[in-house]
Ligand binder design. Structure first.
Ligand code: XIL
Length: 357
């Protein structure tokens, strides 16, 4: 006896595989609800997830834009110096195009997920091409097919003690603050049409250190724009905690107004809600996750500059337990809109309501 959901998933999968741009999706997904609000909804996805046909059908139903979880980070794209491997990113891009989805590039310059050879290579003289040639090659490869690029990722950290609030990354150590300008100008030159995004986390929550992070972000953006750095959008990763520090809606709204006032677009790029520290009762955890997501998205979507919401994954299926005790207790993270069997959770409903508000 097959379940109704399984039958619909297979039917959705079959319909999608036929002529996705014309086939009506069997069920309305978050992508359809979002587009009626004038925004796009999607998520990060990974190559291994697409091996699961039921997941692929759910992804095609729900997502209108994809970003690569790891396939477009430098460790995957340039495993050895000068040797590029675009197969992972190209595979995800192909899936996106087959299913009428847009595509995000994540991420060109980061302090993590770099290939092991890079740190030593950066110590050589005249190392700037390691930054600018990489960007020209990667952005050039995807030219015209990537709607927006996270040009730099996680470059602020006021607790690192610098007056400019910059995070003490290997890029800052090697090139000084100007590396950010170099990166954006190289990306602009390689694809004049892509939306160029500064992506970070730290502005969402309501604690004093987040106040400092928001102030540092506004200061960084206003000075960069004044220098003519072609930043067009701010990406807020949107990692929340259901049982920890909460979003302060008023503080976030004021901050977003200031960002919009600079003429920038806003994207939520990696939204999820950590449910660790909560009760063992799953219904209570799921509702707290949903409530946190709704409170955050209500503020984000109240600002007309917000144009996209992506979650960092779609289903809890692919999330690892935080520690061995959780694994032993069978306590898996429940951070995302779909559960481990691709069923819609209270978070899915909360996001749908936020999009429809
Ligand atoms: C993480 C991915 O989930 C992992 O698969 C990868 O190995 C490392 O990066 N902020 C980001 C994301 O911008 O790229 C990170 O994703 C999570 C934190």
């Amino acid at each position: 006896m097959i379940s109704r959901r399984f039958f619909l998933e297979q039917l959705a999968g079959a319909a999608t595989a036929l002529r996705p741009s014309f086939a009506a999706r069997v069920e309305t997904g978050l992508r359809d609800i979002a587009v009626r609000r004038g925004i796009v909804y999607g998520c990060a996805a990974a190559t291994y997830e697409l091996k699961d046909a039921a997941f692929s059908a759910a992804l095609a139903r729900e997502a209108g834009i994809l970003s690569a979880e790891y396939e477009m980070k430098r460790a995957a794209l340039e495993p050895s110096r000068g040797r590029y491997d675009f197969s992972g990113g190209d595979g995800l891009l192909a899936f996106a195009r087959t299913h009428g989805m847009a595509f995000r590039g994540h991420t060109l310059v980061w302090d993590h997920s770099n290939p092991p050879w890079l740190a030593d290579a950066l110590q050589q003289p005249n190392a700037e091409p390691l930054l600018t040639d990489y960007i020209a090659t990667v952005v050039g490869h995807y030219k015209g097919r990537v709607r927006s690029w996270d040009v730099v990722n996680e470059v602020l950290q006021p607790t690192d003690g610098r007056r400019d609030g910059l995070r003490d990354t290997l890029w800052l150590k090697r090139f000084g603050p100007g590396y950010i300008d170099m990166a954006f100008h190289a990306a602009r030159q390689a694809d004049p049409a892509a939306l160029l995004v500064y992506n970070d986390w730290g502005c969402e929550w309501g604690a004093p250190e987040n106040d400092r992070f928001r102030a540092a972000t506004l200061d960084f953006l206003s000075h960069a724009l004044a220098r003519g750095v072609p930043i067009q959008a701010l990406g807020l990763q949107g990692h929340l905690s259901a049982f920890g520090t909460q979003v302060d809606q008023k503080k976030l709204a004021v901050f977003l107004d200031a960002v919009r006032g600079m003429g920038l677009k806003i994207l939520v790029t990696e939204h999820d809600v950590d449910d660790s520290g909560g009760p063992s009762d799953i219904a209570l955890r799921d509702q707290a996750v949903a409530d946190a997501s709704r409170r955050f998205l209500d503020v984000m979507l109240d600002n007309p500059a917000t144009q996209a919401v992506l979650t960092w994954g779609l289903s809890d299926r692919f999330l690892d337990p935080p520690g061995w005790r959780d694994r032993l207790a069978g306590r898996y993270p429940r951070k995302l809109p779909l559960d481990r069997d691709y069923g819609r959770k209270p978070m899915w409903n909360a996001m749908a309501k936020a999009f429809r508000a």
